[in-house]
Design a protein around this ligand. Structure first.
Ligand SMILES: Nc1nc2c(ncn2[C@@H]2O[C@H](COP(=O)(O)OP(=O)(O)OP(=O)(O)O)[C@@H](O)[C@H]2O)c(=O)[nH]1
Ligand SMILES: [Mg+2]
Length: 600
């Protein structure tokens, strides 16, 4: 309900037997302190009555430190304007809240000058002063740098296309004939990785051999982590069974023998390509179990001999194939690469390493890595940046959500040249979904794609500045607890937003996995959004969030809850997967204006 008749306040008085530091009066777009008159006595006169247009306003009560041992340092007392107006004959409104006597003096005068109102047409969220975690990490390492080596025709470009979700055509400039290992190859479809391509070593080709060696050594000595080599994939053809083929070309053999030195401190993985051909050979030989026979062959004739003659325990082995149904090898390769990178570039602190995060961003093979990456980055925001700096201070919840949104979308790194996932329209949709997770008494109101996020009468909580405590070193939980006291249920909003967004992105990832080299369309985003919006899974997640009782400060229950919900895969949900199966590839190509069923 919107309040049409403005409330006019002539004075405010607050008294308590307890120890109050200060009190602030909070309106959707402004706030002011209430003057202290005596011990625990605060009163402010408004000679020109203060007109309040909106559904509510709040007092922020800052308790004295020693008293706040027993209770939160700051509490939010919300006053509903309807409660005051329901007794419109009275000259004052009195209530007792959190051991605080509150009196609001009402003016009969109709002449109001100083009008405080909900913003009618606010600017889009201002995230200028808010630093995103991914922004900081990418500042240190904007791209995952990988060297892929192997003979011409072995399947290097095909592998890269698959792992990083790029277009076949764009890999054309990854032409090996002219492969210069120094050259940085960056794809327009995925600019989170940089490829160094090296052809294999032909016998007697000492120049190439020396170039590659020098390149690797040189990259090891680079000062900045962004310039160092983050991983090497050494690609080999599987020698055909019973043809007496050499396992490795001669130069590569020498290279690998020296490899323990060359690759020291660089995550290196030996990749055998075209695994389908080996499997086909086993089928031709009418092996009872071709799959097991192929695996045994690989172990005996490929992995073991290399491990033996290099004497290296650092090398890992994977077999891959680009044929349908054999994508498991790519997944293993990405998983292994990520593990090794994380291990190698681990930081002393418990923050995620920028190299590890950018590896997650670059790959377009494993959605679960994106989920874990979102958690890693999110954890940073809540545990560190958010709490130890004044980052979020004076920003509205909608602005804070915008930064969290940016961080999560950035980790997923879709091929989204028009930045639809960062658009106001998409963010509005996401804000709208979270309302169901907010208890009715704190309903934030629906915000659909046709409404401005912060229209008049729109969710008050979205507009209230967070006013972060400045104490350094507070954990998210303490922070959230304080916010909770001031803005009850705000953590529900944050939790639901994060869970919903990650789920929608995971669905979108599944939807576009087979053509993620194509540009993302609004049609595809809308389909993913609707599949989630109308699912039982969303209702269940929101129920759990709604029931979540945030009562135990000092424990990371909020974070634990978010993580457990985020890890529940929507793609594994039978209803959602049925909806996804019914979507035709042509539907994903549609790129008309934003319109979702949910917003109709
Ligand atoms: N059967 C089969 N063929 C593959 C596989 N991967 C790639 N190919 C084919 O092998 C050929 C060479 O693939 P590329 O990816 O261009 O190989 P490359 O190593 O980049 O070759 P250069 O760029 O010449 O060094 C192409 O015809 C691919 O379609 C695979 O896993 N199985
Ligand atoms: Mg190639």
């Amino acid at each position: 309900m919107s309040v049409t008749q403005p409330l006019r306040i002539s004075y405010i008085e607050l008294q308590s037997a307890k120890n109050i530091e200060c009190i602030e009066l909070i309106f959707p777009d402004s706030r002011r302190s209430i003057r202290q008159q005596g011990k625990n006595h605060f009163r402010e006169e408004f000679p020109q009555p203060l007109a309040v247009q909106g559904e509510a306003f709040s007092f922020l009560v800052h308790w004295k430190k020693w008293y706040s041992w027993l209770k939160p340092a700051v509490e939010n007392v919300r006053i509903d304007v309807r409660d005051i107006l329901s007794n419109s004959q009275a000259q004052k409104f009195q209530t007792m809240r959190v051991k605080l006597d509150i009196t609001v003096g009402l003016s009969p005068s109709s002449t109001s000058v100083d009008v405080v109102r909900a913003q009618d047409n606010p600017a889009p969220p201002n995230t200028d002063g808010l630093r995103s975690t991914t922004g900081e990490l990418l500042g240190q390492c904007p791209r995952f740098r990988i060297l892929v080596m192997g003979q011409s025709g072995i399947g290097k470009s095909t592998l890269i296309n698959r792992a990083f979700g790029i277009e076949q055509a764009s890999a054309e400039h990854f032409v090996p004939g002219e492969a210069d290992v120094e050259k940085e190859l960056i794809s327009p479809q995925n600019n989170r990785f940089v490829l160094h391509d090296s052809k294999g070593f032909e016998p007697g080709d000492d120049v190439n051999y020396d170039n590659v060696r020098r390149f690797i050594e040189n990259r090891k000595n680079r000062e900045h982590v962004k310039d160092q080599l983050h991983a090497v994939w050494l690609c080999f053809r599987i020698p055909a069974p019973d043809h007496g083929e050499r396992l490795l070309e001669q130069g590569m053999e020498t290279f690998l023998k020296e490899g323990t030195d060359i690759f020291r401190n660089i995550p290196a993985i030996v990749v055998f390509t075209k695994y389908d051909e080996l499997l086909g050979g086993m089928k031709m030989q009418k092996k009872a179990d071709p799959d097991t026979a192929a695996k045994e062959y690989l172990q005996e004739h490929c992995f073991d001999p290399i491990a033996e003659f290099t004497g290296s325990t650092d090398l890992s082995f994977v077999a891959v194939s680009s044929k349908p149904g054999l994508g498991q090898g790519h997944k293993q390769l990405i998983d292994l690469t990520h593990q090794k990178v994380t291990e190698r570039f681990r930081l002393q602190t418990d923050s995620p390493s920028p190299v590890s995060v950018v590896t997650v961003m670059a790959q377009r093979t494993l959605p679960n890595l994106k989920i874990e990456g979102s958690i890693d980055v999110g954890r940073q925001r809540y545990w560190r940046t958010l709490t130890s700096s004044a980052n979020f201070k004076d920003h509205t919840i909608i602005e804070c959500l915008a930064v969290i949104h940016t961080d999560i979308v950035c980790v997923w790194n879709f091929n989204d040249p028009f930045q639809y996932l960062y658009s106001d329209e998409f963010r509005r949709l996401m804000v709208g979904t979270t309302d169901a997770a907010t208890p009715a008494s704190q309903n934030l109101g629906r915000v659909d794609s046709t409404n401005a996020i912060c229209e008049a009468g729109s969710p008050l909580m979205l507009l209230v500045p967070l006013i972060l405590p400045l104490e350094a070193g507070l954990g998210f939980v303490q922070w959230a607890h304080k916010i909770y006291q001031r803005l009850p249920k705000v953590h529900h909003k944050f939790m639901a937003y994060i869970v919903d967004l990650v789920h929608v992105l995971e669905i979108l990832f599944a939807l576009t996995a087979n053509n993620n080299e194509k540009k993302l369309t609004r049609g595809a985003i809308t389909l993913a959004f609707n599949a989630y919006y109308y699912s039982e899974m969303r209702l269940n997640a929101h129920q759990r969030i709604k029931r979540f009782d945030f009562k135990v400060p000092g424990r990371d229950t909020v974070l634990e809850k978010i993580i457990s919900l985020v890890r529940m895969s929507p793609v594994a949900d039978s209803d959602i997967s049925r909806v996804l199966a019914s979507i035709r590839p042509a539907d994903l190509e549609r790129d008309e204006e934003w319109r979702t069923n949910a917003s109709n």
